[in-house]
Design a protein around this ligand. Structure first.
Ligand code: ACO
Length: 336
């Protein structure tokens, strides 16, 4: 059986079924075809191993049939051997579970498509056939050359990648695979950060804190300490009080407007406000105590908040207690 009888396309794709795309025939024909094809694949695999100086053959028909994640591309010259055709190249790729180190020594657990075996017969090398076969595979797999891992690349392979795909260098790994530096670009946003990470309980996600909101300024504080602002936790649902069973409002009524606010007012972040002393006043007390009312202040006497001084006028209502005093919770130093 001749090559052109077995393989109808210039480039044929085989998987563990070991049946070329365009095959048609009886079961007996299939068996005969597979036997002939196995001989071709085994012979080419042997040549490839010899050309790379390997002590074991990477590509055989039996290995392909036992490897469901592997794909073998065969390139033929249909005009060779007086029109009978000749297989002149092979390219085997497959997915592998790998641990790969990038240039910053960050390890990535990945399952990339790997180039496992690549060979063009000796008298056809450096004639562009390798490029044709590799391009076909990249298009078929919808990949770019820098996204592949290469299993034990030879010097010729390195030059081939540099010339044809601008992969100027490869990062060799301890597991014999090599990848382009650009391979890790897609992991840039999820790799381990360069700064020392928090460990133990300090690494646990922090719950949204209302006090932190008041002190540090809400969302921006959370984002700084927990990452992306878009990943802010959902606000806790705030349900209106349950309606009375007897004469309560009709909650199904579209026009009904509940009297209570559906969400509690959030305290504004207090800003640093200048305290301007009144004319003729004694030297100002330390800032932390300047506005705290004196003990025993008679009822109805003016408080710092109710007074007409500039300091009182400058205060925000959110900083006052219900009796009009400045709330001491706004007077503390940061402890951390
Ligand atoms: N010496 C140096 N560079 C070479 C050689 C060589 N003998 N052969 C190919 N190249 C590189 C060069 O960059 C060359 O460009 P240039 O001629 O302008 O210098 C370029 O490849 C040629 O590109 P193509 O003609 O498209 O490639 P080719 O058809 O020669 O196929 C291949 C490349 C498969 C590497 C072939 O040379 C070959 O079979 N070599 C022997 C086996 C081998 O090394 N296989 C790769 C092992 S790695 C692996 O399988 C995962």
């Amino acid at each position: 059986m001749e090559v052109n009888d077995i393989l109808h396309e210039d480039i044929s794709k085989l998987n563990d079924l070991f049946i070329p795309d365009c095959f048609e025939g009886s079961v007996a024909d299939l068996r005969a075809m597979q036997a002939a094809l196995a001989k071709i694949v085994d012979a080419l695999g042997e040549q490839s191993a010899a050309a790379q100086g390997l002590n074991r053959i990477i590509t055989t028909a039996d290995k392909l049939r036992a490897s469901p994640t592997h794909t073998l591309y065969l390139l033929k010259d249909a005009t060779a051997k007086n029109g009978k055709g000749e297989v002149i190249g092979l390219l085997k790729v497959g997915y592998k579970h790998l641990f790969l180190f990038d240039e910053r020594d960050h390890v990535h657990e990945v399952e990339p498509l790997c180039v496992l075996d690549f060979y063009i017969v000796r008298d056809r090398q450096r004639s562009g056939y390798g490029r044709v076969l590799f391009d076909y595979m990249l298009h078929d797999m919808e990949m770019h050359a820098h996204q592949l891992a290469i299993d034990g690349p030879s010097a010729k392979m390195e030059q081939f990648l540099a010339k044809n795909y601008e992969v100027e260098r490869l990062l060799r790994q301890n597991n014999n695979f090599a990848v382009a530096p650009q391979f890790f670009e897609r992991f840039a946003d999820i790799s381990t950060p360069a700064v020392a990470a928090a460990v133990g309980r300090f690494a646990a996600p922090k719950p949204h804190s209302a006090i932190a909101n008041v002190i540090h300024g809400g969302a921006s504080y959370y984002a700084e300490n927990n990452g992306d602002e878009e990943r802010l936790p959902e606000p806790l649902p705030w349900a209106p009080p349950a309606p009375e069973l007897d004469d309560g409002p009709n909650w199904d009524d579209d026009d009904y407007q509940p009297e209570v606010a559906c969400k509690p007012p959030s305290p504004e972040r207090p800003s640093t406000l200048p305290v301007e002393p009144e004319a003729g006043a004694p030297p100002a007390a330390p800032a932390a105590f300047a506005d705290v009312p004196a003990a025993g202040l008679p009822s109805g006497a003016s408080t710092p908040a109710s007074g007409s001084g500039a300091a009182g006028a400058a205060r925000r209502d959110s900083q006052l207690t219900d009796k009009g005093y400045f709330d001491v919770k706004f007077y503390h130093n940061r402890l951390w």
